[in-house]
Design a protein. Sequence first.
Length: 146
Amino acid sequence: MKLTFKKLRESAIIPARATKQSAGLDLHACIEKPTEIPVGEIVSFPTGVAVCPESADVVMLVFPRSGLGLRNGITLPNCVGVIDSDYRGEIVVPLINHGREPYVMQPGERLAQLVTVPVIFPETETAEELPESERGTAGFGSSGRF
């Protein structure tokens, strides 16, 4: 499986793994100057790259970097970003500051990680009834704490 990246700006950094066994490729902020993320605010950061997977049956998922979240409260507002295999536009990463003070993103800083996973394209149908199950319609918290 191969991902082909296209630089959309000269200063863009092609995503790469931090270590040989890293699941995600690091995405970098392609910005001209340091940019503040105020507390409680969302700021979108361009990466300066577009991607094309070798296979159509994958999805690229954008996850927050654990260090930014743990130390600074910086994460994705939608938890996980979804990049469909047929999207060819620039990867843009929105970040929200849940921390206690403003955070300043630096040009070229690692801001998120891109993980590629297989996807199943199910057929869909409509039914008047669904088969019974042990759980039934019991929802949130119905399976207990343990």
